[in-house]
Design a protein around this ligand. Structure first.
Ligand code: ADP
Length: 485
């Protein structure tokens, strides 16, 4: 079996730039694919913070004018990743969040910024950089979704194309008047092309025109084909159902390894799980929570958005407190949620602690020190925090939606009897069901032997990229243009 070359096009890639799970996936997939004989290079935008981290970048391609200014494609190997970086200062030389300006709103030229990323992905796909002519162009989310569209309309020989949906809620919907400015041909303004509710739909175009569509869990793949969860794209997805699959994400088990985690004070493993409570103590100290071993400690690491269902958790804080529990929350996002949790922390300082902001180090300590990790999402394409929780022996309490349904085994009678349970699931994501899940959590917490079993089951679950990488490689082989690859 000879090697395949894949160009991954992504607007974020860990550890260089990250706002969410997409970055983790884009950063981990190349390493995981090596053992599948797939060589992946990643094309990402040259945000200033990313450019500053590159090792010995070389110019691999130049554009005198790309969507309004000169641009270069830099090639580099940095942080164990083979990268192409789109250095286009007029589009990306802006500080802070990749998508939002200083007023917290989307940059007004996001259509051009990410069309440029996609255009360059398509050009590399067609051989613009002879040193790396990919067999497959793999686009992630709406920001890269025009790459398959450009390849489709360019005509001629093209690589196989795949799009992965990390979150259908973000679709990249722009005015039709931009069609020419985005270098899309007039005939693309059709139902079978980029047209979407009278405008241009980036994600829609990618879903329409890629050879394969994947999303990040089998349950989410089914959910997005229904009107309730399809966010207006369910009809299109149903019409392409034969090309849609769900592949659960893995996690980087070296970055997330409780036996060797510089960000958690006490190393432990499934063989030395008795050492784990020292991290709980360290977490309580760090967040000024009462240093009580017996209090069930519920951790949260999350964007604060209605998707994540944290308003349900906020409403359940009195129940947690009256049952003797504690809450440690790390997150940032919607102001109303920040205000609500801040008020709960002010009212009960030793029992509820919140840190608003982004803190990789604290996220590891919360995983290493919490008894339970809460993920009460209303929808969740895959979810990574529950996978970290499994690996760290923190029992996940999750809504049974999307990837949360696929990765956690509920501690019901049958699963407990068979010794396979790893967490608690509830459904639907609503107050009464969460309350019942918390009641079950406190009951389990009073039974240390069962809790120990749950933690060990979680720690022994395979949450690595090995299985997922095999599935991606198999799909790449189906769509690679040259037979017999
Ligand atoms: P999403 O991509 O929808 O935000 P995921 O669970 O797929 O949700 O991925 C979230 C990722 O971001 C995880 O790696 C999680 O640990 C991390 N994360 C979220 N919020 C924070 C935060 N405030 N500080 C540190 N890491 C965070």
């Amino acid at each position: 079996m000879s090697g395949l070359k894949v160009l991954s096009v992504a607007s974020e890639v860990y550890p260089l730039i990250k706002t969410g799970g997409l970055a983790d996936v884009a950063g981990a997939l190349p390493g995981a694919l090596l053992r599948e004989n797939v060589a992946m290079r990643t094309l990402a935008p040259g945000y200033p913070s990313l450019l500053a981290k590159l090792d010995e970048p070389e110019v691999a391609h130049s554009y005198p004018a790309l969507f309004g200014g000169p641009a270069r494609v830099l090639a580099t190997r940095t942080a164990d990743l083979d990268l192409f970086v789109l250095d286009a200062p007029h589009l990306f030389d802006r500080p802070g969040n990749p998508y939002l300006g200083p007023n917290g709103l989307d940059w007004t030229d996001n259509a051009q910024r990410f069309a440029a990323l996609s255009r360059v992905g398509a050009d590399i796909g067609r051989g613009a950089i002879p040193a790396f002519t990919p067999d497959i162009v793999h686009a992630h989310d709406w920001q890269a979704a025009l790459a398959p569209a450009y390849l489709h309309y360019d005509g001629g020989r093209r690589p196989g194309t795949m799009i992965t949906v990390h979150n259908l809620a973000f679709q990249g919907h722009f005015p039709a008047a931009l069609l020419a400015a985005l270098q899309l041909p007039p005939q693309s303004m059709a139902l079978s092309g980029v047209e979407y509710f009278g405008g241009i739909g980036f994600l829609k175009a990618g879903l329409q025109l890629s050879d394969r569509i994947t999303t990040v869990s089998p349950t989410y793949a089914r959910e997005i084909m229904t009107p309730e969860s399809g966010m207006a794209l369910d009809g299109l997805l149903r019409s392409r159902a034969a090309f849609v699959s769900g592949i659960v994400n893995g996690i980087d088990i070296d970055v997330w390894n409780p036996a060797k985690d510089p960000l958690a004070p006490q190393a432990y493993s499934s063989l030395r799980i008795d050492m784990r409570p020292r991290n709980k103590y360290a977490l309580q100290q760090r967040l000024a929570l009462n240093p009580s071993v017996d209090s069930a400690l519920f951790g949260v690491v999350s964007r604060l958005s209605s998707q994540k269902g944290l308003d349900l958790l906020l409403a359940a804080v009195p129940q947690i407190l009256s049952s003797g529990g504690q809450v440690a929350l790390l997150g940032s996002g919607e102001k109303a949620l920040e205000d609500g949790f801040a008020a709960a922390a002010r009212a009960t300082p030793g029992s509820v602690a919140c840190v608003f902001g982004y803190d990789e180090g604290l996220s590891h300590l919360i995983q290493a020190g919490s008894d339970f990790i809460m993920v009460p999402s209303r929808f969740e394409p895959c979810g990574l925090t529950q996978l970290y929780a499994l690996r760290y022996g923190a029992t996940p309490i999750v809504a049974r939606v999307g990837g949360l349904a696929d990765t956690i085994i509920d501690a019901n009678e049958a699963a407990l009897g068979a010794g396979v349970a790893t967490g608690i699931q509830f459904h639907p994501p609503a107050p009464d069901q969460l309350s019942e899940a918390l009641r079950r959590a406190f009951a389990l917490h009073r039974n240390p032997e069962t809790m120990r079993r749950l933690r060990l089951n979680g720690m022994r679950a395979d949450v690595s990229w090995r299985g997922p990488a095999k599935r991606y490689a198999a799909l790449y082989r189906e769509i690679a243009p040259a037979a017999g690859v």
